[in-house]
Design a protein around this ligand. Sequence first.
Ligand code: G3H
Ligand code: ZN
Length: 277
Amino acid sequence: MFVPTGEIVAAARNAGAGIGAFNVITVEHAEAVVTGAEAAGRPVILQISENAVRFHHGRLAPIATAARCVAEASSVPVGLHLDHVTSDELLDQAAANGFGSVMYDASQRPYEQNLTATADAVRRAHRQGLWVESELGEIGGKDGAHAPGVRTDPDEAATYVAATGVDALAVAVGSSHAMATRTARLDHDLITRLRDAVPVPLVLHGSSGVPDDELIAAVRCGMVKINIGTALNSAFTAAVRQRLDGDTALTDPRKYLAPARDAMAGTVAAALRVLGS
Ligand code: G3H
Ligand code: ZN
């Protein structure tokens, strides 16, 4: 069933659980995420990033429509979220394309500019009825643009949330985008202080690099929405590579996309079981 993201996040927060939000690039990603969520018996969020839209020639509707149709056919609650948006033009297309939420990303700008741009984006998004996430304190690693070791300051976070009106806050607490190994160590004390400082749910980006015990600790300390992307692509690509290496004459893409989709579904189910435990 297709459910507004804000409702799914609120339910997870009230239950003291984490909600997995997985990045969708192709329709196989969406199918795998929902299959994994159904196997785990957990709600889930499908998220499509501005980068993924760029991959689809800048067209939001085809992949968003596919993801929404997959969500509607699901037996568990599924939300649809537009991720890492920097373009106002894309933001303005969100609600019409079925999204219940958007992450507006001005995190690479200086604090004052981030605050002003985000406050404006929140007004535009709320007019569309969207739930809005934004980010304060760069999360290290993405495209090399963010400095590793950056942390979000709790006092600044409190001021920023009050001034912007965001519904959720992504924070920098030790994770880093696009990690291929699960070796990140999070600052648990900082997560707790941030949870106590802001009235909105916290979001962890770059969660592919965070091991299970750290994810459990993060949720226990107050992290709610857990964003996972790279782990799916690692599973997808390893399965494709194995299939193609094993049969160099293979031409039918279904023969390698099916195991890739199964591998992603397994990754999703395992992560959701951890987040719900
Ligand atoms: O917004 C998406 C996430 O932060 C994904 O990060 O690819 O490192 O898991 P990841
Ligand atoms: Zn992210």
